[in-house]
Write a protein that binds this ligand. Structure first.
Ligand SMILES: C[S@@+](CC[C@H](N)C(=O)[O-])C[C@H]1O[C@@H](n2cnc3c(N)ncnc32)[C@H](O)[C@@H]1O
Length: 387
């Protein structure tokens, strides 16, 4: 890594179902016939999905559940993360001291226009035993959004080196950061001397949260920055908001490095959010002459819902506008929901529109429409339960 990227390299804004649009995209790649296209599928019925850069288990769990359960796809799901970014522990501060920090984080993230409540927070401890960040969550559009606070240390965000600090919160955290780091050092000593682990009074500790959270959903973690291909199946390598966090002039080099183990016929999907033109690219590794060439087969603008697609072996690009169909679907769902639940359109329109716009990355077909409608209904019921 260069000097640029030796600072923590993270996502400050993790939304468990931000990547679910990949479900409708993969369905389209597997079933071109559903959308009336007479062409061979680019994705076979059984495949391995390598989710690169899974900083929180929930993000991968949400996508695996969608692919394996909702779409009933035959998928072997693997997650990867850079070894230094795999957390050793999550540590909660219990009782009133934890509540005081929670209120301080809520103050920090609230503005005069938007008051935010923090639902949960904890310290993230890295493999060196250092408190790397504080992570907290709040509700947004029916999602549990997780963000990280780096206590004034620089971190990489969308390819830029950023530092942010809140003195009031830092003062509240300082003593616990010291105690937790001392506790981690005692843990290591006790482990080396085979002594009983020290007590963590005042704290609740969860060890290896990423591996455990993934394992609960049958996902194996590769702690590496060069993903290893899964043998015996077509592989889909998914870079969800990984490349856009590298400095612009280093992206091409890292892209080559991260995709180096992929083979002929594999697919590479690159998603970039939080930038001016959020997009998804799909590349197919096709045989060409004596070697294998990366061919772009999709480019999706996820803000305008424009899809540019190219059939295998064709040079011609086709442009599709998903927006009108998605908007019509939103209108129909809003009307149905308001009629059956006796609520006003203003209350539900934003939520339904948000779910469907993040869900469709290809023209709606029966299978994807059904799951999108279920998901919108689930989010609206979760909202009703919260009120
Ligand atoms: C911005 S987060 C993306 C999280 C998630 N994929 C998403 O879309 O919400 C980027 C993550 O990618 C990880 N990362 C960066 N380069 C990587 C690499 N070469 N291999 C594995 N993980 C990497 C970082 O450590 C960080 O946790």
């Amino acid at each position: 890594m260069t000097a640029h990227t030796t600072v923590p390299f993270v996502d400050t804004n993790i939304i468990p179902d931000r990547n679910v649009g990949i479900g409708s995209l993969l369905w389209d790649l597997q079933h071109p016939g559903d959308a009336g296209r007479d062409e061979p599928p680019l994705l076979g019925p059984a495949f391995a999905f390598i989710d690169v850069g899974v900083s929180r288990a929930q993000v991968a769990v949400a996508l695996k559940t969608l692919l394996a359960d909702d779409f009933a796809m035959d998928v072997e799901y693997v997650a990867t993360e850079r070894p230094e970014a795999v957390p050793a522990a999550s540590v909660w501060l219990v009782g009133e001291p934890g509540e005081t920090v929670r209120r301080s984080v809520a103050r920090m993230i609230s503005t005069t226009q938007t008051a935010r409540d923090v639902d949960d927070w904890y310290f993230v401890v890295d493999r060196e035993g250092t408190v790397a960040s504080v992570t907290y969550c709040y509700e947004l559009h029916g999602n549990e959004v997780w963000e990280a606070y780096f206590m004034g240390r620089p971190f990489m965000h969308e390819g830029e080196r950023v530092a942010f600090s809140d003195p009031e919160l830092d003062a509240l955290l300082a003593a616990d950061v010291m105690r937790i780091e001392a506790g981690m050092a005692r843990e290591q000593q006790a482990h080396a001397l085979r002594r009983p682990a020290p007590s963590w009074e005042g704290y609740r500790v969860q060890w290896n949260p990423l591996q455990k959270g993934l394992a609960e959903c049958g996902i194996v973690l590769q702690a590496t920055d060069v993903p290893r291909r899964v043998p015996g199946r077509q592989n889909v390598l998914f870079l969800g908001n990984v490349l856009n966090h590298y400095p612009r002039d280093e992206r091409a080099r890292h892209f080559e490095r991260i995709t180096a183990d992929m083979h002929e016929d594999d697919l590479i999907v690159v998603q970039m959010d939080g930038i001016e033109t959020p997009s998804i690219d799909v590349f197919h590794l096709a045989r060409h002459g004596g070697g294998v060439r990366r061919e772009r087969v999709r480019w999706i603008n996820t803000r305008t819902l424009e899809v540019r697609r190219r059939a295998p072996d064709s040079r011609a690009w086709q442009l599709l506008h998903l927006e009108p169909e998605v908007r019509q679907l939103v209108r129909r769902l809003v009307e149905d929901f308001c009629r059956s639940h006796g609520v006003g359109e203003a209350d539900v329109h934003g939520r339904i529109s948000h779910v469907l716009r993040t869900f469709f990355r290809a023209a709606p077909v029966d299978a994807t429409r059904r799951i999108a409608i279920q998901e919108a209904a689930r989010r609206l019921s979760a909202d009703a339960a919260r009120c």
